[in-house]
Design a protein around this ligand. Structure first.
Ligand code: PHE
Ligand code: ZN
Length: 854
């Protein structure tokens, strides 16, 4: 043990070292005697040595536990406390292990294990939090049934599975489904429920509840409907039914992530479940619906079939993200969902894949697994499944999935198991496809074309830049969906999926009357960066004519990027033809409002920075900001005469309904309002603010006003109206920083950290402020370095409170090598300062060292 050495590199865990645990866990019985500072946990666990075990060392994980007593078959034993747990001499036959430990939930600000949030007890065990509750083989391949007794004075005391008894001061629960410890959950507190019910396709009645703090009852109805829709959808699309009599969701205010799929007792960050028209925006509603679906879908993809080890995390996360995206596409709009997902992938995953934190969807080593709940594991993990589905076709996809559930129900699996069901269901060899799981980095695909005598040839060249630890990359299987349009805009070849497998490959199309316009990477059929020399007029043509809605948006997006890049590099005025194309589209009432809103939303400034970087330029954040401002101002002026009419025509009247249709219209209306506000001095926005009866319109008006520096009075009014609502206050904190001018961003954020409602203990609030700082591209990267400094200071302060959230937010620095040497030096200084902090957590240590070593 060398834990005395300050900030010594922590232990690294490797996929190749996997070894099964030497014991079967037959059953687990836990008794909790709740007390804020001294909760006692008694465990009674039946272990049976495995006959064929390679290793029969009896090691149980345990952290921050005070061991009171340990017994084997009723006889006290002396356990040896070792680094990260305990060891004990045990018999070579089945035996009952009992331990009593004491823990301190009120002191647990890391929000991992058993902790308290607003006086309520709750747990978070994924990935390795159960070891802070009791001594246990805390690894996902150890599965067992759990029986839980909770003793305490809390009005509501919940655990996994079904209730088996309750009385004054106690409640008992039993979960009949064997599960890994990371799915254990306990909640106790003063809670009220919003009830519901669902009858499964085989006729079983399931009781549903959303549990919240008194006062939040009015914010549960939407979540309940989303839950029922998810249950029905999983039956209809995947044939998967719920498997307990009861499904509980609990909302907690202090939570590191979005939500957690604990068996039968999902725990949610309150921001991801509580919704009401007055307090939530359309975007909030959509996200809540998706997260409720995501956690529910985990019941099969994650819980019934779990991961063998944490390297396989994308087995459950990639698949469940893929499933929730299918659900949202079905509930709302398929093209809009796809466009939103690609925007998010490029904003979060591409920078990760192209920087010092790049790792494959299935990493092969880690120091702290909490650092691998990443866009790569989740979102790229889902993209890989989308590619697989495209390659094998829909029927084969569902055939393989049926085989997966049939073959692996009740098991802890690997990516190899997953790919094998596809191979067995389709007869296809997936060994090359598997590279998507082991190689990091975003492939670049260079496209060139040729046309002669009616034959059109597309040539693709793929390559992937080096990533940490992976200098060389082999070619991957890339499904490339392509369609061809004739110059008059007709589709002459419907979408076809070309399979790229080599470094360089050509495909021909015969019998064409004239040189076609290609529509490549339709639906964004693979997570790659396409490189193709083309003209803005061809992009405008595709924006007008492509039959693939994703690529129509993509053409507009590419055009917007080209125009902005040219403005930044050459200081040119915004391209007139592009402005005309936008104007035409905005006025075209035949077009879906949601689509128009998306085309009208400019690429983000960090997206422009990323594009410049990919093309070998050093991005200047201030110039990118200035170009964005000029562009928006010019667009507003171009549309000047039609803006009031467009605003009126897109205003949604009548009671607020959070459906996709209304959301699309409101999104377009908000875009128009923000343009209008640049010209009318904020009159219309002030009127909208004063009359809004829902958060979407209230927030849109406030945002437009604040961006135009005309929102002081409304911001004050907003604060007074909502100061008691934590979730709305998060919006208020974030918006001020998001709207600040570059030179004022850090100062605004700093001032907000002094606000009485700022708190290091609530991750939502911390993220509202520091996330908004990092998200304001020109403000965060302001030449003064004040943004870097402020973030680093706050991360250092947060690390001893909440390492997980600190480490995750360190990723704001991951793009540092994109910028000029002065900014790089400033960031390096901050990263080194963080790394030198004494007692730095393992989480943050790993993230910062990875960023520095690149
Ligand atoms: N497993 C959760 C999900 O994806 C995320 C999570 C991870 C929550 C770790 C808490 C801690 O739904
Ligand atoms: Zn998940």
């Amino acid at each position: 043990m060398n834990d005395a050495a300050p900030n010594a590199a922590p232990q690294t865990f490797y996929l190749k070292d996997y070894k099964p645990f030497g014991y079967e866990v037959e059953s687990v019985k836990l008794t909790f005697q709740l007390s804020p500072n001294a909760t006692k946990v008694h465990s009674a666990i039946r272990f049976t040595p495995k006959a064929d075990a390679e290793d029969n060392r009896f090691f149980l994980h345990g952290e921050q536990l005070s061991l009171i007593s340990a017994k084997i078959d009723g006889t006290p034993v002396t356990a040896r406390l070792v680094d990260g747990g305990l060891e004990c001499d045990v018999p070579r036959r089945s035996f009952l292990w009992e331990a009593e430990v004491e823990i301190d939930p009120a002191a647990d600000t890391a929000l991992e294990g058993l902790y308290m949030s607003n006086g309520m007890y709750c747990t978070q065990c994924e990935a390795e939090g159960f070891r802070k509750i009791t001594y246990y083989p805390d690894r996902p391949d150890v599965m067992s049934t759990f029986t839980v007794r909770i003793e305490g004075n809390e009005p509501v005391m919940l655990s996994n599975g079904n209730p088996t008894g309750a009385g004054e001061g106690w409640a008992e629960w039993h979960d009949p489904w064997p599960k890994p410890a990371y799915l254990f959950a306990l909640v106790a507190g003063d809670l009220v429920n919003h009830p519901g019910s669902f009858t499964t396709k085989s006729g079983k009645d399931v009781e549903l509840n959303i549990w919240v703090r008194p006062g939040d009852e009015g914010k549960c109805a939407f979540g309940m409907e989303a839950l029922k829709k998810s249950m029905k959808w999983d039956e209809d699309v995947y044939g998967l039914e719920y498997d307990l009599d009861l499904f509980n969701i609990v909302a907690v205010d202090d939570f590191n992530m979005g939500a957690m799929e604990n068996k039968g007792l999902n725990i949610f960050n309150s921001s991801c479940v509580l919704a009401s028209p007055e307090t939530s925006t359309d975007a909030n509603f959509e996200r809540i619906e998706a997260i409720i679906a995501h956690e529910y879908f985990h019941n099969w993809t994650g819980n019934r079939i779990t991961c063998r080890d944490w390297f396989q995390l994308c087995l459950k996360e990639g698949l469940t993200v893929f499933r929730d995206a299918q659900f949202t596409a079905d509930m709302r709009s398929e093209p809009v969902k796809r466009i939103e997902d690609v925007i998010a992938l490029r904003a979060r995953q591409f920078p990760e894949d192209g920087g010092p934190l790049a790792h494959p969807p299935r990493p092969e080593e880690f120091q702290e697994i909490n650092n691998f709940y990443t866009a790569t594991v989740y979102e790229k993990g889902a993209e890989v499944i989308g590619m697989l589905k495209r390659l094998v076709g829909d029927d084969n996809y569902y055939k393989a999935l049926n085989l997966y559930f049939e073959r692996h129900d009740g098991q802890a699996c690997t990516i190899e198991d997953w790919l094998k069901v596809f191979e067995d269901a389709t007869g296809r060899d997936l060994s090359q496809f598997k590279l998507w799981y082991s190689q990091a980095g975003t492939p670049r695909v260079k496209v060139s074309e040729e046309y002669a005598d009616g034959t059109y040839t597309l040539t693709f060249e793929q390559s992937t830049p080096p990533t940490p630890g992976q200098p060389e990359k082999a070619p991957r299987v890339i499904p490339m969906a392509v369609g061809l349009l004739s110059p008059n805009g007709d589709e002459v070849r419907a979408t076809e999926v070309l399979e790229l497998t080599e470094a360089k490959q050509s495909f021909t199309f015969d019998g064409l009357a004239s040189k076609p316009v290609p529509s490549i990477l339709r639906e964004f059929s693979a997570p790659v960066i396409l490189e193709r020399e083309t003209t803005n007029s061809e992009r405008a043509f595709l924006l007008a004519h492509d039959t693939d809605p994703f690529n129509r948006w993509e053409a507009g997006n590419a055009l917007a990027k080209e125009v902005r890049v040219a403005m930044v590099l050459d200081g040119t005025a915004p391209d007139a033809a592009y402005l005309d194309a936008l104007e035409k589209l905005v006025r075209d009432d035949e077009q879906d409002p949601a689509f128009r809103a998306l085309v009208l939303s400019p690429p983000s400034q960090s997206d422009i920075a990323q594009t410049l970087h990919e093309r070998g330029h050093t991005p200047d954040p201030q110039k990118i900001y200035d170009a964005a401002e000029t562009f928006t101002q010019t667009l507003a002026q171009q549309l000047e005469t039609s803006l009031p009419r467009l605003y009126a025509a897109t205003t949604v009247e009548g009671p607020y309904v959070p459906d996709a249709d209304g959301a699309g219209k409101r999104a377009l209306n908000s875009r128009i309002l923000s343009l209008l506000t640049r010209l009318d001095g904020g009159e219309q926005a002030a009127r909208q603010y004063a009359s809004a009866d829902n958060m979407t319109q209230q927030y849109a008006a406030l945002a437009a006003l604040m961006k135009a520096e005309k929102g002081e009075a409304q911001s004050q009014a907003f604060f007074e109206q909502w100061q008691d609502d934590r979730l709305v206050m998060d919006k208020w904190f974030a918006l001020q920083i998001a709207c600040a001018a570059p030179e004022a961003t850090a100062a605004t954020a700093k001032e907000l950290t002094q606000h009485p409602l700022f708190s290091m203990k609530n991750p939502n609030r911390f993220r509202a402020v520091m996330g908004a700082l990092a998200g304001n591209h020109a403000g965060f990267h302001h030449a003064s370095g004040a943004g870097y400094q402020l973030l680093a200071e706050n991360l250092i302060a947060l690390d001893s409170v909440n390492p997980q959230t600190t480490a995750r937010m360190c990723a704001a620095f991951q793009t540092w090598k994109r910028y000029d040497s002065k900014r790089q030096a400033q960031i390096q200084t901050e990263l080194e300062r963080i790394l030198a902090t004494s007692g730095l957590s393992r989480d943050t240590h790993e993230m910062v060292s990875r960023m520095l070593s690149a």
